[in-house]
Ligand binder design. Sequence first.
Ligand code: UD1
Length: 431
Amino acid sequence: MRQYAIKGGNPLVGEVEIGGAKNAALGILAASILTDDPVIIENMPDVNDTNVLLEAMQEIGVKVERIDRHTVRICSALVNKLVVEGEFVRKIRASYYLLGALLGKKHHAEVVLPGGCAIGSRPIDQHIKGFKALGASVSIEHGLIITDAETLTGSHIYMDVVSVGATMNVIMAAVLAEGTTIIENAAKEPHVVDLANFLNSMGANIKGAGTDVIRVKGVTRLHGTEYMIIPDQIEAGTFMFAAAITKGDVTVRNVIPKHLESITAKLREIDCEIEETDDAVRVVASKPLKHTQVKTLPYPGFPTDMQPQITATLALTEGTSIVTESIFENRFKYVDELARMGADIKVVDGSAAIITGIPKYTGAALTAPDLRAGAALVLAALAAEGYSTVDDIHFIERGYENFDGKLRGLGGQIELVESERDFRKFQMKIG
Ligand code: UD1
């Protein structure tokens, strides 16, 4: 038993340092395979998803050296295996980036079909469409996606859906191809831009990242680089909503405020005060929170990865709010957990939550159903009256580094406990 024990009721107050973006790191780590030269990556988040990907890369012959907790040196000159499988790598979604990277470099890859959070069916047809457009064959056999190409040739690809993963994967497969690849209806997320900047710093020729048309002109080789990953938009957003839900006053540091605009806009709508500086955002929730409506959308819209955190917060506002999920079709499972704390939320067709505000949550025994919903339950528990526990925190550890420690730094009463005895000790300490 590993769980968070939480006593709610304390407003979170203070400053918190945001780490490197997990979803950018996953793409960038895989992309580092594309050069034989050493690559140094800074501001790497130390979370389970990136650590599992690094282990999978070591399995295929990549040399990984940890310079410090957040800096790695990677050398892929001796990659000798093109098959990526194993229990852990199957569980992370981003294992599919090894397909694009290995296809781009070695023209062959076999990668176990990806898992990731169970937030709806997560097809990879757009990744496959992109690889095929570049001249690769793709098949699925014995649970592995196998892709192979004699040569890769630039092509014009129109994505049928806006997909972060497919956009990043096709960029990786195209950087060393012959000729120019044009990706239309590309994802515009900050991590797509970060991947393109990383690859350009290695000598790639990628233009248009951050818009919906990306042009990748193939180059013959990539060289080593030293690169710092952007701050994590979702970790920052989670702490900003932690301030709102606990009626606190939190400054998130080491962020790019531009990446947080859709989040700050919603916080302002519900009557939080926001102060922005070059690399920090302060959220003050001193007034009663107001209800609002929100729909998740690809960037620059409100991120689906912030949907559980805003829902948990809106459940404590006055009036009725509506949250519509437009990216994944099964992302409201955690609502049953919030109901244990007293939330009044009805989910319609799995795609919209109608939230009738209640004055307070009461603590309960909760189970994290996935990464972001798990974080949202922790926020709800920090706002609740009395004690809560949150189980299955391995989901949270996939994407948040030292989540409980950072919350404690803001005055949150939270501890990771491993037994009933630990839990009782926590209760005695808190009183
Ligand atoms: C990434 C993020 C995840 C985030 C999501 C949306 C990583 C490791 N994960 O996931 O945290 O929630 O972006 O911002 O970066 N789709 C298809 N066919 C495809 C690919 C996707 O139909 O080939 C659909 C998906 O089912 C979904 C939508 O497109 O409805 C967006 O998915 P996508 O952007 O690809 O998400 P991921 O890259 O898996």
